[in-house]
Design a binder for this molecule. Sequence first.
Ligand SMILES: [Zn+2]
Length: 168
Amino acid sequence: MQSFVCPSCGDTHEGLPTDHGWKLPDVVWDIPESERAKLAKFNSDLCQFGNRFFIRCLLKLQFNEQPDYYGWGVWIEVQEQDFYRYVELYDKDGSGEPPVSGTIANSMPGYPDTLGMPVVVQFQSSTSRPAVLVPTNIGHPLALEQVAGIDNRRYHEILVATGSLGGP
Ligand SMILES: [Zn+2]
């Protein structure tokens, strides 16, 4: 179990989540629950809502002061053809596929709005969710964090933003 003395609050943090995910794209989550399954088709990895197509991906932010990474389990809207290519490769190795374009389908806490932000998706092996790469040219903090990694102070902020730690 990872633990660290937090520069932000001075506590020792241990056993806290190193990931945060969304069950559904925001636009589908916003449908009243009683209607949702009638209007959209979804499981934990794939979602179709009318002519909109989403896949659940993993956006990694490397920790700078401890091993491993923070993982955002975010939904990405992709083109229909790329959605079906992902379905085709679902139990195969897709890591050799060319990357596809998409947009973030969740509002991620602790950032300027991420909904609709353009990203690149790289399919992975059959056991890993597709990887999200945030283009650096848009200057969004998420892009900078993906390049530079996050320190423990920022990790604390993310834990607060996701509700895993009480706020200040
Ligand atoms: Zn802290």
